[in-house]
Design a protein around this ligand. Structure first.
Ligand code: NAD
Length: 274
């Protein structure tokens, strides 16, 4: 497939389109990953909390693809924040994945009430220096959390992975990322399927001879977001990555722009975690 790559702030390149495995049961993960890799996906997004890192590793090995052609992200579990814990937790991930190194390691949630993410980040900086991961980043960080990292540590996160879809367009955070060299990763890019009957999207789908899911994913790509939609259904896995041979017009993009409602499907990062 013709998936573009985005250069992160430390020079590492990430495929802009990948496969997310949140809520795929451990026993079905290897097969889903294999299907995605056969369909041309080369970027996999998992997490310690998803409980399926071993299935991701099995799927990679079953595919027979060389390790260097793949980009693998995992995320630190919320109960393992802290400098030493963050380091030990990545060792566990590498064992479950059967890999010597991941491509990207993320702090999953800032958990501001625990106030451990700055110490955690210093552990991430060590892991980067040790080559256990090729890049480090964060997830669900608000501007205030990014500002604290910038003030108290020396490494700008390569990415911030945030909830982002037409109903939650995150204009302010995206602008902050742009001016600070942080790539935007969009989680729940399809709002978990909630939006796909919206008439604006179904009309655009009709106009382009595509599905509403493809229109939304194409919107993300043209905005510059990194996306990794999740599906267990082989036809949808193939449908989702098939968005690199059509383009939305400026008017199409503006119509989707009007769907922004500040609507979260997931937790609020400022309050999640107590
Ligand atoms: P998503 O927006 O990718 O939606 C997935 C759901 O949409 C599927 O379960 C299915 O019901 C539907 N769907 C998928 N393809 C479709 C298609 N072609 N047509 C119709 N319906 C379709 O939601 P997600 O799984 O929450 O997010 C994607 C990935 O983002 C996750 O797998 C995970 O890797 C990541 N994520 C990260 C966080 C975080 O806190 N960092 C939180 C949630 C998700």
């Amino acid at each position: 497939e013709n998936v573009p790559e985005i250069e992160l702030n430390n020079g590492v390149r990430i495929p802009q389109f990948g496969f997310g495995v949140f809520q795929i049961p451990p026993e079905g993960t290897a097969e889903a990953v294999r299907t995605a890799l056969e369909a041309g996906y080369r970027h996999l997004d998992t997490a310690q909390l998803y409980g399926n890192e071993q299935g991701v590793g099995d799927g990679i090995r079953q595919s027979g693809l060389p390790r260097e052609e793949l980009f693998v992200t995992t995320k630190l579990a919320n109960d393992a924040q802290g400098h030493d814990n963050a380091i030990n937790a990545l060792e566990g991930s590498l064992q479950r994945l059967g890999l010597e190194q991941v491509d990207l390691y993320l702090i999953h949630w800032p958990l501001p009430s625990q106030d451990k993410y700055v110490r955690t980040w210093t552990g991430f900086e060590e892991l980067l220096r040790a080559g256990k991961t090729r890049a480090i980043g964060v997830s669900n960080f608000q501007i205030a959390h990014l500002e604290r990292l910038a003030g108290e540590t020396g490494t700008v996160p390569a990415v911030n992975q945030i909830e982002l879809h037409p109903a939650l367009q995150q204009t302010e955070l995206r602008a902050y990322h742009r001016t600070h060299g942080i790539a935007t990763e969009a989680w729940s890019p399809l709002a978990q399927g909630e939006l796909l009957t919206d008439p604006v999207l179904t009309d655009l789908a009709g106009k382009h001879g595509r599905t509403a899911a493809q229109v939304v994913l194409r919107w993300h790509i043209q905005l510059g977001n990194i996306v990794f939609p999740k599906s267990k259904t082989p036809d949808r896995i193939r449908e989702n990555i098939d968005v690199f041979d059509f383009a939305l017009s400026d008017d199409d993009l503006a119509a989707i722009g009007k769907l922004d409602a500040g609507h979260r499907t997931g937790f609020d990062p400022d309050t999640f975690g107590g």
